[in-house]
Design a protein around this ligand. Structure first.
Ligand SMILES: [Fe+2]
Length: 302
């Protein structure tokens, strides 16, 4: 009997000490075995894009500044198929979202993340994204909702990342706006803040861990880049999101809510009130379908 292909088992090596010390706190580089995997060849990605709903394929010009108003992001004038076919010269950036809708990508996503369950038993809402981008394309400065591992498959990219919980880097109001459904892009990046960023050079076979809402931006190297982003949420990330949404609501009412994480008792009280209100709504409207996790529309711009 032939041995299974190497990429069929354990695609990622998660170092136990690193996970325990740094998971969702600080970025770290890891190794994976997905280089050369057939799911990331361009013809297969064209086929995949053709099966996804239009709103799950986001693409635009890759010639962008680091701080980009999302409402003014230039299109590239091409179709989805043309963009992938001409990715080497069309100076574009593309993400195929929620590719776990395809069973092959779902299987790969699970194969990658299952080994993490023993460190993260409350893992849920697994989602996967494929990024296809032209040489030198820029992903502007932004934040994401999910715990993320970005796996570099083809080409190179430089990721610049800032600490996730530094109030001098990202303001509470920005986090509240984001969690309330706002765009992921951050529009201000001064030189003092930029100097605090760590730089990571990703080459095929390397991956990078992104803590939730760690601000970052990305620039491709001189070749086409293909990356696989595997993400999930946890009890902690969902609770944090709800607390920021509560604070956003309070701020729109003219109040000045205590920042999330500043006071455990304050956070606990807000969360308890939210859960009580949710239980009442559920009792009054028992047949209402649960809403999709917030934020997906603008999620994961890595
Ligand atoms: Fe991102």
């Amino acid at each position: 009997m032939n041995a299974a292909p190497e990429h069929a088992t354990a695609p990622i090596h998660f170092d136990e000490d690193t996970i325990r010390q740094s998971f969702n706190q600080t970025p770290f580089v890891l190794e994976h075995r997905l280089v050369g995997h057939p799911l990331f060849e361009l013809p297969r990605l064209i086929e995949l894009a053709g099966t996804l709903p239009e709103e799950q394929v986001e693409y635009n010009s890759g010639d962008l500044p680091v701080t980009q108003d999302p409402l003014k992001t230039p299109r590239n004038g091409l179709s989805i198929r043309e963009t992938i076919q001409r990715i080497e010269e069309c100076r574009s950036w593309m993400v195929l979202k929620n590719v776990e809708a395809d069973p092959s990508y779902k299987q790969l996503l699970d194969l990658c993340l299952d080994p993490l369950i023993r460190f993260c038993p409350d893992m849920r809402t697994r989602e996967a994204f494929v990024f296809v981008s032209s040489p030198d394309a820029v992903t502007p400065y932004h934040i994401d909702h999910e715990v993320n591992f970005l796996l570099q498959i083809v080409g190179t990219k430089t990721v610049r990342m800032l600490p996730p919980n530094d109030p001098t880097v990202i303001q509470e109001a920005d986090l509240e706006r984001f969690y309330a459904g706002g765009y992921r892009n951050l529009l201000q990046l001064d030189s003092q803040t930029e100097a605090k960023a760590s730089s990571f050079e990703l080459t095929p076979g390397l991956g990078l861990h992104f803590p939730v809402t760690a601000p970052h931006w990305v620039k491709n190297g001189p070749a086409v880049s293909i990356s696989f982003s595997i993400t999930f949420r946890t009890n902690h990330s969902d609770r944090r999101e709800i607390l920021y949404r509560i604070n956003h609501k309070l701020r729109t009412l003219g109040l000045h809510p205590r920042p999330v994480g500043r006071s455990q008792s304050s956070d606990n009280m807000k969360y308890a009130i939210f859960n009580a209100a949710r239980a009442i709504v559920k009792a009054v409207r028992p047949n209402k379908a649960p809403s999709k996790q917030t934020g997906s529309r603008y999620s994961n711009g890595t």
